[in-house]
Ligand binder design. Structure first.
Ligand code: NAD
Length: 403
């Protein structure tokens, strides 16, 4: 009577989860990777090698293999209890479509990270009924900072979070795990071990709105580059520690706009818990209690954060070889705009909350990305179909958003 877990993806996070869940006696860990030849490479490598997870913080390691690695959704999906999505947001759709036939009442679908619009995507692909029958969990991030050491052979876990926040939809009833009410969080925890502690609280829309990268990365990019003169820089500027005061103020304003959206939804639909949606400063103080020497303001928080020294803006060498120019084809824009800020802006439009700062960022970003998400103040640009903005799914009302 094992807990059958499907790990979707073939990257760093999938490697870590495959080893960690694979080490539990009561868990059958199956990996489904649909990308390129990953399933074949991983399977072949495991035939003649151990699979090792190294925890670099304390020097310990785990030797444990997943039960199987496959690109066949049937092999992975049949009889599964938990589906973990451990790929960037653009990859969620293909796994949801592939595993839909194996989702039943009580199947847990947990995304790590969920990223904005996760719930809209699930509802569109599974249909409202099946999406409601399943238990959806959306987490803010991955449980670990991790890097593959050698493909199919192992992974270094550089840090394990103390806790990981998320939200959940659906709670209990007769389930695939038996006829008792399902403790979804307990099962999720069971495949991860003691750390991080999973904290699931509030509506899924709260995880969508608080998704920090969606507005942190994009605001910092805007702040640094919106009035760039096009001349190469001699050095790559620091990303977080190099924050200026004007951008710090904008970050606070964007954070306030996001809180305004959440508070308006709570007002319009009393009982909806979006309490996860706090200010950017409170989010940092809560998430990183021991990493911030100067907690005075978001400016000092980002400039002194102990994990950020050395992290620079995404740059590439300039054509004339005289320095570096910003790279706008990097995930701070290519993920955090379509699977991030455009979702927030689309929600604001439906709720009727003005977002002048978010608008500025999207208009600038879509220009440098060569995309059109927003036109005439509406999320109706020709590229909206590439985003997870609610307009892409035809959602129109607050009730549509809440599902
Ligand atoms: P990764 O970059 O290692 O994952 C890449 C995997 O995604 C590939 O192995 C492949 O399976 C799939 N993929 C890549 N391109 C694809 C494509 N074009 N089509 C289909 N599938 C494709 O990612 P990761 O490090 O495992 O992280 C997963 C998510 O967690 C990301 O959103 C990342 O930002 C986030 N995250 C990662 C870390 C970390 O330490 N690795 C920490 C926090 C958050």
């Amino acid at each position: 009577n094992k807990l059958v877990v499907v790990i979707c993806g073939g990257g760093n996070g999938a490697h870590a989860l495959a080893g960690i869940a694979g080490s539990k006696d009561d868990v059958e860990a199956r990996v489904l990777t649909l990308f390129a030849d990953e399933a074949e490479r991983w399977t072949n490598t495991m035939k003649t090698n151990d699979f090792v997870v190294n925890f670099t913080e304390n020097g310990s390691s785990l030797k444990a293999k997943p039960a199987l690695v496959t690109k066949d959704p049937k092999v992975a999906g049949e009889g599964c209890h938990i589906i973990y999505l451990v790929v960037p947001a653009f990859g969620h759709r293909q796994y949801l479509e592939a595993l839909k036939p194996y989702c039943r009442k009580g199947t847990i679908i947990a995304a790590m990270p969920g990223a904005p619009g996760f719930e809209f995507e699930v509802r569109e692909i599974l249909g409202k009924q099946l999406a409601n029958d399943c238990i959806l969990m959306s987490f803010e991030s991955l449980p670990w900072a991790c890097r593959i050491t050698e493909y199919g052979k192992g992974v270094d876990v550089l840090g394990v979070k103390g806790f990981m926040k998320g939200s959940m939809h659906g709670e209990g009833g007769p389930t695939v795990l038996g006829n008792s009410p399902l403790e979804a969080v307990t099962y999720g925890q069971g495949s991860l071990g003691n750390r991080p502690t999973l904290i699931c609280k509030g509506h899924l829309l709260g995880t969508t709105l608080i998704a920090i990268n969606s507005y942190l990365h994009t605001t910092i990019m805007y702040g640094r580059w919106h009035d760039w003169d096009g001349k190469p820089l001699a050095e790559k500027p620091l990303f977080y520690n190099g924050l200026d005061e004007v951008t710090a103020k904008m970050l606070e304003d964007v954070s306030q706009e996001i809180q305004n959206i959440a508070r308006e939804i709570e007002k319009r639909r009393p009982g909806t818990d979006l309490s996860q949606v706090v200010s950017v400063r409170d989010w940092y103080l809560d998430t990183w209690p021991n990493h911030i020497p100067d907690k005075t303001s978001i400016y000092t928080i980002l400039r002194t954060h102990k994990s950020y020294p050395g992290l620079v803006h995404p740059m590439e060498p300039s054509k004339d070889g005289n320095g570096f120019v910003p790279l706008f084809t990097q995930r701070y824009l290519t993920e955090d705009i379509p699977f991030g800020l455009t979702v927030t802006r689309g929600i604001a439009e439906i709720v009727g909350v003005p977002t002048p700062n978010i608008d500025k960022i999207i208009l600038w970003a879509q220009g440098v990305m060569g995309k059109e998400y927003m036109v005439d103040g509406k999320m109706a640009g020709k590229d909206i179909g590439e985003t997870r903005s609610p307009q892409r799914y035809g959602l129109k009302t607050v009730d549509d958003l809440l599902g």
